[in-house]
Structure formats: C-alpha cells, structure tokens
Design a protein around this ligand. Structure first.
Ligand SMILES: [Zn+2]
Length: 409
C-alpha cells in the first residue's frame, strides 16, 4: 500500500508541472521517502538514488540553484569499515570494495554576504544491518522519523524562506547521505565545500523531528556554539515548545561536521522512541502538525538571526576535537530529551552489558568508574575510556535512590 502511494506521488511530481499547482506537503514528502519502494534508502544503493532524484526534483520545483559538484549532486566514495570502531575512509577511485554516496545540494542566492546552511540526512538503514536495533532478521527500515521527517521540514523551510523577503542571507540546503554510517556525507562536504565556508554564518540540522509528543518537548543541541542562540531560541518560542537546551556542538548527527569547522550549529530533535532504528519507524506515526510547528519555529529563528550579521562562534565545553571513539557499548538508548544531571536511559537492548548488569529504562547514570556523568557528552567520554572485557562500577539514580551495579563490557 505504501509503495503504491510512493509511486503515485512520484508520478504526480513528474506529471503535474504545468497543471494546477497543489503544493507538496510534508506528508507527501515523507510518504514517498519512507515508502517500501525505497527499501530504506541505504547509502550507495539505487534506492538511495531514487530518494536523491526525488529531492533534486523538489529543489528544482522550488527554484533552488544546483550547488553540488555540477548539478545538485555531490558524490563521495568510501571504503566501509569492517571494524565498527574504525571510521570509513574516503577514496578517490571507486572499486568493487567502495560505496558511493550522494549529497543533494540546492542554493538560494540572495547576493548576501553570509550564507545559512540548512541540512538533514536522507539516508537510512536499508534492510537493517549494523545500525539496526531489530533482532528478527531483515526487514525494510523505512526511516520516516529518521530522517524523512528532517528532509520534509528542510524542503518546507526552503519554500518558506523564498516566500518571504529574507534577503539578508543566502541559503544552502543539503540532504546528506552516509549519516548512518558515521556522518560521512556532512564530513565530506565540510572538507570539500561547494561554497565558501568562511561565509557560512551558522548551520541548522534537523535529524528526527517527526515525533513531537503531547508535552511538545523539543531538544535543541549546539545552543552553546554561539552567544546569541539562547536568547534567540527563547524569544521566538512563545511557549510553543518545552525546549531542552544542550550546549555541545558535538553530537551523533551531521551538525558535528560543521561545528568542527568552527561554525555555530543548532540541531533540532523530537526525541527517542521505541521504533528508533527499527522497521516500525513508519510515515503514519509522525506528528505532521508538530513538524509544521517546528518548521515555523526554525523559520522565526532564521528571520530573527538575519538581522544579526555573521554570528560569533564559541567552542563548547565537554568536548574534544573529535567525537569520542568507542571500543565498547553499554547497550542503552539514551534519553536525549532529558535535561537534568546525568544520562537517563530510555531503553536497554537485550543481552547487552547494561541489561546483564540489571539496568532498566528510567535509570539515570551519574557515575561510570571514576568519571562523573553530568550529561550526554560526559557519558560518551566516560564510555570511550573502557575496553572490551573490562568491568566497572556504574552508579545510577533509580526512584530517587542511588543504585550501584557492576557492568562488564
Ligand atoms: Zn539514524
């Protein structure tokens, strides 16, 4: 059923150019990108290219200029790492051992001094594989929230930005590939930019923005990367969202690649859920009104920041130059919406160290070995210091009491 909807939208997109124009909605974008016919948009597959083609046609219809390496596409070739703890490496020549990903890049040139980058990754996990949390074999991972939702909001913003008189910035829109394999598309772009990165005033990343809950909790990461962000987020909110602010510019998504180039970044995120990285992350479970609200909020922020010239960059605390590398995993899903002290566990994976040690959903990790855990970043740093087979004491808060367990990695 979903496959049929996807094909119908594709036909409509190609066939409707001169017909009465019915604007493409965010539901339409997600329905196509997260349909079974796209087989989970795994990087380097023909299905990912079907998604890329859809996005480039949408850019074209929105009047964005191509800003890839000739046309809208910027391709990058890499050798995937067989070792999950080692990064993939980029290659200049494609071979049987390499994979080629495709970033899709469109530009709105307002002849302004500064450019705002607005990005969202469009690749996902295909039929499963290493990144999947599904344990019952191969199945299509549609990735509606992760991250058809971000692409849909990005395209919605591309329309909004054009409809208004936002001429104080140029806008670069990037649909990244290779995110799920380690932020590869954004990493490649940041090192091989198709515009002058010195003119980029800030970058906005949307990764998983489709599950706004009833409490309207919205996590924003990177708030510490420019002195103006806190105030701007606050004055434009008008109580629309319960915003949980996170300082660090380093996190598990594409904004990290821009932060590492000294560019202020904001990452918007509606939080973890039980369908995360599983086949059940489907289009009908998204909160489209919530996505519209998030798009409006970001649009208001972009408008507001337009009058501020080039934003000052600030390095954030608790971060090394690189994302910590992990030799071990705890086997938990962190609660990214949690803004208190420590790292709250939103889920534990079957038969992994956390579950074997008796940790449960809702536990708040406050100490691992000698390291105090105050937030996500200090948790990641603590975790990166452990080796396979090592044992350590982990202290968690559970129902207001401290519980100590021994974890074996
Ligand atoms: Zn993901």
């Amino acid at each position: 059923m979903r496959a049929i909807i996807g094909i119908l939208i594709a036909i409509a997109l190609i066939g409707c150019k001169k017909e009465v124009e019915k604007p493409v909605s965010m539901q339409d974008d997600v329905a196509f990108l997260a349909s079974d016919s796209l087989q989970g948009r795994d990087t380097g597959t023909p299905y990912e290219l079907m998604a890329a083609d859809y996005i480039q046609k949408r850019y074209g219809a929105l009047g964005l200029e191509p800003k890839g390496a000739g046309g809208y596409y910027q391709t990058f070739t890499f050798t995937p790492s067989n070792d999950p703890h080692r990064e993939a490496t980029f290659d200049s020549i494609a071979s049987d051992a390499t994979i080629t990903g495709t970033n899709v890049i469109g530009y709105l040139d307002n002849k302004a001094e500064t450019t705002v980058v607005i990005g969202a990754h469009y690749d996902h996990l295909g039929m499963g594989g290493e990144g999947s949390l599904y344990r019952e074999g191969q199945a299509i991972h549609n990735g509606a929230d992760d991250n058809a939702s971000g692409v849909a909001v990005m395209l919605n913003l591309a329309k909004k930005v054009q409809d208004s008189a936002l001429i104080k910035n140029n806008f670069l829109f990037i649909a990244f590939s290779g995110e799920e394999l380690g932020l590869l598309g954004s990493n490649f772009f940041a090192k091989n930019p198709t515009i002058d990165l010195d003119k980029v005033t800030y970058m906005i990343n949307m990764d998983m923005v489709g599950r706004l809950n009833e409490e309207k909790q919205l996590a924003v990461h990177g708030v510490g990367t420019s002195p103006v962000f806190k105030q701007t987020l606050f004055v434009n909110n008008n109580d629309r969202f319960q915003v949980s602010e996170h300082e660090s510019g380093v996190g598990p998504s594409d904004h990290t690649s821009f932060y590492l180039q000294d560019i202020p970044v904001l990452h918007f995120f509606t939080g973890q859920h039980e369908d995360y990285h599983k086949p059940g992350d489907d289009a009908e479970k998204l909160n489209y009104e919530g996505m519209e609200a998030i798009s409006s909020y970001i649009f208001d922020i972009v408008k507001d920041l337009g009058s501020q010239g080039e934003l000052a960059f600030k390095k954030t605390k608790n971060e090394s130059e690189e994302v910590p590398r992990f030799k071990v995993g705890l086997g938990v899903v962190p609660d990214y919406l949690y803004s208190g002290e420590g790292m709250r566990i939103d889920g534990v994976s079957e038969d992994r160290p956390a579950q074997r040690a008796g940790l449960i959903k809702g536990d708040i990790v406050v100490k691992m070995g000698d390291s105090t855990v105050t937030d996500m970043m200090s948790y990641m740093r603590a975790l990166s210091s452990f080796e396979q087979g090592q044992k350590t004491k982990v202290i968690v808060q559970r129902d207001g009491k401290e519980v100590t367990v021994e974890v074996e990695f």
